[in-house]
Every structure is written in structure tokens, then in C-alpha cells.
Design a binder for this molecule. Structure first.
Ligand code: B12
Ligand code: SF4
Ligand code: SF4
Length: 294
């Protein structure tokens, strides 16, 4: 086993994830494969036994796994028997300015690069999950990517679809940002991103959760003035009461289904609420905070 001290392991992992995003040929937009899909990632850590993960069973649903359960299940062990300390590594893959710009011009359907980033971007995200798990195992630790495990599932309740491993809730626990009026997760690099995570038996320093409330980075929740995502949504799925997941899902299936063939991808989501909005590529409440302190 290669021994690494905690700060060294943390730095090593962050650098490895960033290098994979920078160098992997899978992080390229078809057809020319010359442009990247994602910019430099944000990477942070959470304590795998943070009590917030147990709270998620109430907030999301009882099926939502704690990191300890997710790691134990992957190794067919009991949660208590899996490891003394466990950590979660969470990353944000910001969508490039070029792709965001193409989606900004659309009002009903996603642009081709946005649709590619949904489909090929998640293939890349899986490659990053796999690479990070393999790296940790090579260093002598246990590791798993819950979204790639056979136990991962998407379920439904009266509010719509949810999963037993919500990447955004994991990112919230790792202090990477907060939710918003549109449901999207607003980070310091904005809302237009994909995210991913790994659970490991390597003890890593938990990142501070700077936000005090789960919707803190959203301007609507900060001062009630922004409703840009409401106007952007072609499905009428966003109102001042929040995001209707059922309407959003149905719009994708019923109105965007034909794009699967046109763009030659297997899934399409419009993501219009994530572009041409003040939170697209930044945390918009930073500006408010700067104004109030000047
Ligand atoms: C099911 C699913 C959907 C469903 C439902 C989305 C949803 N809101 O959950 C549908 C089909 C509608 C959908 C659509 C889209 N999706 Co989708 N989807 C998923 C999937 C597979 C599971 C999501 C999940 O488990 N949700 C759990 C439920 C409970 O979340 P929720 O209802 O939003 O939770 C609310 C409450 O919990 C609330 N809350 C209430 N009290 C409290 C208290 C605390 C303390 C906290 C923390 C929270 C909280 O906060 C949340 C927001 O309001 C994830 C992949 C994954 N494994 O995570 C991708 C994912 C969420 N999708 C993603 C994306 C990008 C999209 C689309 C933009 C499509 C596209 N690619 O173009 C749209 C955007 C829709 C939107 N406005 O958010 C990204 C999100 C990235 C981001 N920028 O936010 C994910 C994470 C995929 C990925 N790997 O990156 N998706
Ligand atoms: S567009 Fe405005 S209201 Fe909508 S999520 Fe972004 S900051 Fe919040
Ligand atoms: S993904 Fe599209 S349909 Fe769903 S909420 Fe955003 S803009 Fe509306």
C-alpha cells in the first residue's frame, strides 16, 4: 500500500481528478472532439458519517443510502463492519462557456452541444467515477461510486422522480453549494454543471459547509427579486412555489423525445433553466454580499 498523510491524500486526489478532467479524451464534444465538455472541476469532501446523511432519509426518502450503507453494500459487508472512518469525495463539472452560450440562444429545446453534454458528459462522468475508484483501491482503500452500483435506482413519489443516491445532496453535504428555486444546484461556478461522487474508507478532511441554509445561493430565496428561471422554462414547471419535477420530466419525454434521433443520443433534458440566468456560471448572491459590505 502506498502510504499518504491526510493532507497529501486530499491534494493528490484533487490533482488527480483535475488532471483526468483536463486530459481525458472522453471529455470532448463530438463530432470533432477538439472542444472539452467540462471546465476545471470543483472538488470537496464530506465526512461519510455526517448526521446530515441520515437526515436525508427524511428529506429525500428512506431508500436514500448513507455513505456507510453505500460502501458496505458494494463490499457485501455490514455498515458497522466496513471501516472505521469513511469519507465522500464530491465534484462539480462546470459546463463550458461555449456550450452554455449555445443553449442561451434556445427557447424550447436544448442546443446540440447541451444535449451532447447530457449524454456524452455523463459517460465521461462515469469514467471519472471509475478512474477515481480504481485509484483509491490501488492506494489500498475501499471505494465505490454508488451511481454505478447495481443497487442504484431511480424511484418515484407524489412529487416525481428521486434516486437512492442524489449527487446534488451529496455535493451540498460537501459544502459545494446550495439548491435553488429551479431545484438546480448553485455552486461558486454556477448552476450549469454535472456532478458526481465516490465513497471511500480513506479519511479525508471534511470541507466546511459555508452556506447556512439549503437555498442560500439562489437570488429568489435571497431577496425575492429573481425569477429568471421561471421565464426560461418552456414547460411552465417552475413557479414561485418551486420546481414541478413531473412537468419537467413529461416535457423531456413528450416534447423533446424526437431529439433523441436527431442528435443521436439516448436521453435529452432541456436545461434551459440553467442558461441565460444570473446563476448560470457564478454564485449570484456573491454580488449582493459584496454590495451590502461596501
Ligand atoms: C431524477 C433526476 C431528474 C428528474 C427529477 C429532478 C430532481 N429535482 O430531483 C428530472 C427528470 C426532472 C430531471 C431533470 C433534470 N436533470 Co436530472 N437527475 C435526476 C437524478 C437521476 C436523481 C435526482 C435525485 O435523486 N433527486 C432527489 C430529489 C429528492 O431531489 P429534489 O426533489 O430536487 O430535492 C429537493 C429537496 O430535497 C429540497 N430540500 C428540502 N429540504 C431540504 C433540506 C436540506 C438540508 C437539503 C440539502 C435539501 C432540501 O432540496 C431539493 C431542491 O428543491 C440525478 C442524478 C443523481 N443520482 O443525483 C440527475 C441530476 C439531478 N440531473 C441533472 C440535470 C443537469 C438535469 C437537467 C438540467 C436536464 C439536463 N441534463 O439538461 C434537468 C434539470 C431539472 C431541474 N430544474 O433541476 C444533474 C443536476 C446538476 C445541477 N446542475 O443541478 C444531476 C445531478 C445529474 C448529474 N450527475 O449531474 N432530473
Ligand atoms: S435564475 Fe434566479 S431564481 Fe432561478 S435559480 Fe437562478 S438565482 Fe434562483
Ligand atoms: S430542465 Fe427544462 S423543463 Fe425542466 S425545469 Fe428546466 S427549463 Fe423547465
Amino acid at each position: 500500500m502506498i502510504e499518504q498523510s491526510k493532507p497529501d491524500s486530499a491534494r493528490f486526489l484533487i490533482d488527480s481528478i483535475k488532471a483526468f478532467v483536463r486530459d481525458s479524451p472522453l471529455n470532448r464534444l463530438p463530432p470533432e472532439l477538439s472542444e472539452p465538455m467540462f471546465e476545471e472541476p470543483l472538488v470537496q469532501f464530506a465526512d461519510g458519517d455526517d448526521p446530515l446523511f441520515t437526515e436525508y432519509k427524511k428529506i429525500i426518502g428512506t431508500a436514500h443510502l448513507t455513505p456507510r450503507e453505500a460502501l458496505a453494500k458494494a463490499y457485501s459487508k455490514t455498515p458497522r463492519g466496513i471501516a472505521k472512518n469513511i469519507s465522500v469525495i464530491s465534484w462539480i463539472l462546470p459546463i463550458t462557456g461555449k456550450t452554455r452560450q449555445t443553449n442561451r440562444r434556445h427557447i424550447l429545446t436544448p442546443s446540440r452541444p447541451w444535449a451532447y453534454t447530457r449524454w456524452y458528459g455523463e459517460i465521461f462522468n462515469d469514467a471519472l467515477r471509475k478512474n477515481t475508484v480504481e485509484l483509491l483501491i490501488a492506494l489500498g482503500h475501499k471505494a465505490t461510486a454508488p451511481m454505478m452500483q447495481p443497487y442504484f435506482k431511480v424511484l418515484s413519489n407524489e412529487k416525481g422522480r428521486y434516486s437512492n443516491w442524489s449527487e446534488r445532496h451529496i455535493a451540498y453535504a460537501a459544502g459545494l453549494g446550495t439548491f435553488s428555486l429551479s431545484d438546480g444546484f448553485i455552486t461558486e461556478a454556477g448552476i450549469a454543471h454535472r456532478c458526481g461522487s465516490i465513497v471511500t474508507s480513506l479519511a479525508l478532511p471534511a470541507s466546511p459547509r459555508v452556506a447556512k441554509r439549503p437555498y442560500e445561493n439562489c437570488l429568489f430565496h435571497a431577496n425575492g427579486k429573481c425569477t429568471a428561471c421561471i421565464a426560461r422554462c418552456p414547460a411552465g414547471a417552475i413557479t414561485k412555489d418551486g420546481h414541478d419535477k413531473i412537468k419537467c420530466y413529461q416535457y423531456g419525454r413528450e416534447k423533446l423525445g424526437y431529439l433523441v434521433e436527431k442528435y443521436q443520443v439516448k436521453v435529452v433534458g432541456c436545461g434551459l433553466c440553467q442558461t441565460k440566468v444570473p446563476c448560470e456560471s457564478q454564485n449570484p448572491t456573491r454580488r449582493l454580499n459584496r454590495k451590502s459590505s461596501s
